[in-house]
Ligand binder design. Structure first.
Ligand code: ZN
Length: 317
């Protein structure tokens, strides 16, 4: 019986695979380090071998598999099965990953963007259960998102819907974003850019415990900022408030467009804790025109690291 589905989450650091039975129960999983220097062919060859290893572990074979879903850290043309622009794994730029995998595995393959599949997973099994409309925001090294409209994942005309990190939010703040534009919310509020702002302020002479925790200026990261925040360090507080303020504005803009106020958020930045999320929510409520009448729900994502494999497997059904 072809009852089983496989979900693959290709990340910049790890590749995770999960095998699910017909009731979407996780049967086994597997993880390995991403080889960022490999060619697309090498990546797909190794990935296919790992799919077989995952099945072998459970005493199954590809004959038991209904389909495979795979998520990539890039924009993805879902209909054509092509990864469009992959900043994390450069060799996956403009690659027909669906066809490459189908040729090797000989089962139906579906591919999508990582934030889209996380949105699917949170909507079906996580914090977004029971809501017809929700917006998922991945707040991490970068900022990504997925839109669930009327119970369905909305991909847009080119598969690029929900790329909320590139929402233009200020022409006077922030750094040039990876996309080349100055003023994307990602270039102010993502983990990398919050750390960079802290670093630059310290470079300019600001005293901060962030530096004590980081050791050296080039080691300043969000973990060091978070530890200094716990000690009420003024610069850490400023960095975190600044990032949270612009995220609140981002959610407000999303609400203005979609009239959706169910926000599910996950990702590494949320480890900064409630002082960060409280400020983000307060910023939204401050800017929102309708929040008093229709209070927004900000819900922490529930599926953690497994959201990717779960959502990728859901692409099959
Ligand atoms: Zn951008």
């Amino acid at each position: 019986m072809r009852d089983y589905v496989i979900g693959i989450d290709v990340g910049g650091t790890n590749v995770k695979l999960g095998l699910f039975d017909g009731g979407m129960q996780l049967v086994s999983e597997l993880k390995y380090l991403t080889d960022k220097d490999a060619t697309a062919t090498e990546l797909m060859n190794y990935l296919s071998q790992q799919v077989c290893a995952l099945l072998e572990k459970a005493g199954l074979s590809l004959r038991n598999v209904k389909g495979v879903g795979a998520a990539f850290p890039s924009s993805v043309d879902f209909r054509r099965g092509v990864t469009l622009e992959s900043i994390n794994i450069v060799s996956l730029n403009e690659q027909p990953v669906r066809d490459l995998l189908e040729k090797r595995l000989e089962v139906p393959v579906f591919v999508d963007n990582d934030a889209n599949v996380a949105a699917l997973a949170e909507h079906r099994f996580g914090a977004g259960r029971g809501y017809d409309n929700m917006i998922y925001a991945a707040l991490a090294t970068g900022i990504g998102g997925g839109l669930i409209l009327n119970g369905q994942l909305y991909r847009g005309m080119h598969g690029m819907a929900g790329e909320i990190g590139h929402m233009f939010i200020s022409d006077s703040t922030g750094y040039p974003c990876g996309c080349g534009v100055n003023g994307c919310v990602q270039s102010i509020s993502s983990g990398v850019y919050m750390a960079r702002y802290a670093m630059d302020r310290i470079k300019e002479g600001e005293e901060s415990r962030i530096l004590d925790y980081a050791g050296t200026l080039s080691n300043v990261d969000l973990v060091a900022v978070g530890r200094a925040l716990q000690m009420n360090d003024p610069l850490a507080l400023e960095v975190v408030n600044r990032g949270a303020e612009y995220l609140g504005r981002m959610f407000h803009n999303l609400n203005q467009i979609f009239d959706i106020n169910i926000f599910v958020y996950g990702g590494g930045i949320t480890k900064l804790g409630h002082r960060f999320t409280d400020r983000m929510v307060a910023s939204y409520r401050h800017h929102s025109l309708i929040d008093q009448k229709f209070p927004a729900k900000f819900l922490p994502a529930e599926l953690g690291e497994r959201a990717g494999i779960i959502g990728a497997a859901l692409l099959v059904n």
